[in-house]
Write a protein that binds this ligand. Sequence first.
Ligand SMILES: Nc1nc2c(ncn2[C@@H]2O[C@H](COP(=O)(O)OP(=O)(O)OP(=O)(O)O)[C@@H](O)[C@H]2O)c(=O)[nH]1
Ligand SMILES: [Mg+2]
Length: 221
Amino acid sequence: MPNSSTLIVIPVFNGASTLPRLMDELSQAGISNIFFVNDGSEDDTAQILTNNSINYVSHTRNLGKGAAIKTAASWAIRREYEWILTLDADLQHPLTSIPLFLNARGDNTVVVGSRRNLASMPFNRRFSNKFTSLLLSIRSNTLLSDSQCGFRLIPLKLFTQIKFFQNGFQFESEMLIKAALSGYRVDHVEIPTIYGTEKSAIRNFKDTVKFSTMYCHSFVW
Ligand SMILES: Nc1nc2c(ncn2[C@@H]2O[C@H](COP(=O)(O)OP(=O)(O)OP(=O)(O)O)[C@@H](O)[C@H]2O)c(=O)[nH]1
Ligand SMILES: [Mg+2]
């Protein structure tokens, strides 16, 4: 499983309903290089992380998933990791897929999970995923098959070379455009599509407006 150069990063906002099972799975898989960012959760997230003796920091208020990933990247850079592997706290990213990402590591490569069989994905998420992936592929001149997937292996030098302005979910799109336009490869590894009863934190209207603003802005970066 993860070796010492790669830190598993899990941003979490109000994750108390899925965290206990995720903790069990991490411990069963023998994964210990883990760092959580508790992004101003209002539920028992911090308590659960403390009880499980997990490395984590808390934002005092909710700053967004992108801000949480940037916090984790700074933490990892200070400890001389070379890559972070981000995954979601809502059990949609199976730990059994981790070796695929580790095997695909490269100095100048971002590896993104790609869900091919989208039958179990809710229709609105399927539509927004395909639409944003098309727009981002055009903008970055790179084939991005699942641009909204948060299961990603990122070389940490990307964060030292490029400044990222987005703090919410749009960070994940900004990161792909900037990485591709800066000469990074974007590779994909196939992961299963998993949807349960978890509640999405994505707000359709608000996040569509934010994505559109970020996309237009990207032409003047
Ligand atoms: N740090 C941080 N993480 C968040 C925030 N909102 C969601 N997350 C985390 O980001 C991950 C993905 O959030 P989701 O709401 O499931 O987004 P998604 O997986 O793209 O959307 P779905 O396809 O609907 O599940 C989860 O692990 C959440 O805990 C936030 O405001 N801050
Ligand atoms: Mg999710």
